[in-house]
Design a protein around this ligand. Structure first.
Ligand SMILES: [Zn+2]
Ligand SMILES: [Zn+2]
Length: 162
């Protein structure tokens, strides 16, 4: 097992956490209709793990939906975060679930026949920073996040939460 590299992540609520010891494989986005549904999104960002790398569920474990005879998709049963694509042709982990997704750069697109007609134009849309949105400011000022932080924690939730 390669110990030179490790990557951690988990779901939004923190009930499910994972770590990959060893290198990550190809990072991709998949436009197929099944991935759109599984992620509730325009496409699915997934990354494989290198041969010899090891995936460990460090807290909890995913629930699964079998989306076809070949594929099981893992997710958090408590908060719904998509976590895995598991098939005979390999394992994919949801890039957005990693603690440092900015380090995992997609290099290929799959299922492009399913690409939504506006998908290629998304990055050209007008954008604002949250603090520039005056209507959202009071909401943001009073917001208390229940999202698990982007790092492993000894216990979670911390303190009382509803
Ligand atoms: Zn969760
Ligand atoms: Zn797909």
């Amino acid at each position: 097992m390669t110990q030179s590299e490790s990557h951690s992540g988990g779901c939004q609520c923190g009930a499910v956490r994972f770590r990959v010891d060893g290198g990550l494989g190809t990072a991709s986005i998949c436009h197929c209709r099944m991935c759109q549904k599984a992620f509730g999104a325009f496409y699915a960002p997934l990354v494989g793990i290198e041969k010899g790398a090891e995936l460990t569920w460090t807290r909890g474990e995913p629930a699964y939906f079998q989306s076809s005879n070949h594929v099981h998709r893992g997710f958090c049963r408590d908060c719904g975060t998509p976590l895995t694509y598991e098939a005979p042709d390999g394992l994919g982990l949801a890039i957005g679930a990693f603690d440092h997704p900015q380090e995992i750069v997609p290099t290929v697109q799959y299922g492009v026949e399913g690409k939504l007609p506006y998908a290629d134009r998304l990055t050209g849309l007008p954008g604002t920073r949250s603090e520039e949105d005056e209507i959202a400011l009071p909401f943001l000022a009073t917001m208390v996040s229940y999202q698990h932080p982007d790092e492993d924690t000894d216990s979670w939730p911390q303190g009382e939460q509803q």
